[in-house]
Design a protein around this ligand. Structure first.
Ligand code: AMP
Ligand code: MN
Ligand code: MN
Ligand code: MN
Length: 290
């Protein structure tokens, strides 16, 4: 079992718990090294770091950035970033800036489908209104009894071809990797298996093209063990990691009790042959100590 959890969310983005509550939950479930990786926003890091230090855990600054690549939306996690780095701060401000308008359009689309009150409803779930997201709309749709749970919302609404979907252009892959690397962090391709699923998912050829570009721009790792992958996908992406010389990362992608595929921590070990992403920072630490 791994005692690292390098991907999770607080209510600074679309998680349900405060940064302190996320850290306390991780500690109680045996996590020793934690990264908080809110979507497109770093405002939870100070609070989470304080809580982690108090509980004797190692804390890694993280963020999960939304990217548009060809027709796909991708997520790139930055680990070990410096949150004060101005291009990263400015870059994320830009990524967040379209969310308010997108939310308005989503509510308009839902209204056309007969669902009223969605804008106000979604904002009631957004502790940080700058980070209004589809998850907040999903919670409102559950509250208003249009769906049983958040997961079933994403089968019937808010995705391509369904009511409430609004196309959006996020940041570019080279920009995002550049901000992360420039701030001293490691760029990790989040939950790659998700980009290959469903009707609009990419095929193997496109996944290889993505990984070529990701490496060319300086991406160093991919998530292998994540709440979004099946055990078969752990093995599949361990093979991609080996083929492309990438380090392997792991994280629950926890959003809230009862809402996530996995709770925090207690992730199964990597398949044999994976080089964990923390090898890279342990090297840095030992270099600094030498
Ligand atoms: P946004 O960045 O506003 O487009 O919202 C994306 C968020 O929606 C993701 O980070 C997930 O938390 C959530 N989400 C997307 N697809 C699904 C799904 N199929 N099941 C559950 N949550 C999803
Ligand atoms: Mn999310
Ligand atoms: Mn994600
Ligand atoms: Mn995530």
């Amino acid at each position: 079992m791994l005692d690292y959890d390098l991907h999770c969310h607080s209510n600074i983005s679309d998680g349900m718990l405060t940064p302190t509550e996320v850290v306390e939950r991780a500690a109680s479930r045996g996590v020793k090294v934690l990264a908080l990786t809110d979507h497109d926003d770093m405002d939870g890091l100070d609070e989470a770091r304080d809580a982690a230090i108090r509980l004797g855990m190692t804390f890694i600054n993280g963020v999960e950035i939304s990217v548009s690549w060809r027709s796909h939306t991708l997520h790139v996690v930055g680990l070990g970033i410096t949150p004060e780095y101005p291009p990263l701060v400015e870059g994320l401000r830009g990524v967040r800036s379209g969310r308010g308008q997108r939310a308005q359009k989503m509510a308009d689309e839902l209204a056309k489908a007969g669902i009223g009150g969605a804008l106000e409803g979604a904002y009631r779930y957004a502790s940080n209104p700058n980070m209004i997201s589809r998850t907040h709309f999903a919670r409102y749709l559950v509250e208003a009894r249009h769906c049983r749970d958040v997961r079933s919302v994403f089968n019937r609404y808010l995705v391509k071809g369904k009511p409430g979907y609004v196309p959006h252009t996020w940041s570019t892959l080279p920009d995002v990797i550049g901000w992360i690397r420039g701030s001293g962090g490691i760029a990790v391709l989040a939950h790659p298996g998700r980009y290959m699923s469903g009707r609009v998912g990419m095929g193997k050829k496109t996944m290889r093209e993505l990984l070529v570009e990701f490496v060319e721009h300086g991406g160093l790792a991919i998530e292998v063990v994540t709440g979004s992958h099946t055990p078969e996908q752990y093995a599949e992406f361990a093979r991609y990691a080996r083929e492309f010389g990438l380090l392997c990362s792991c994280g629950s992608d926890f959003h809230g009790p009862g809402e996530s595929f996995r709770d925090m921590g207690r992730l199964p070990d990597f398949p044999l042959g994976c080089r964990p992403v923390w090898e890279s920072w342990q090297q840095l630490v030992s270099l600094a100590a030498a």
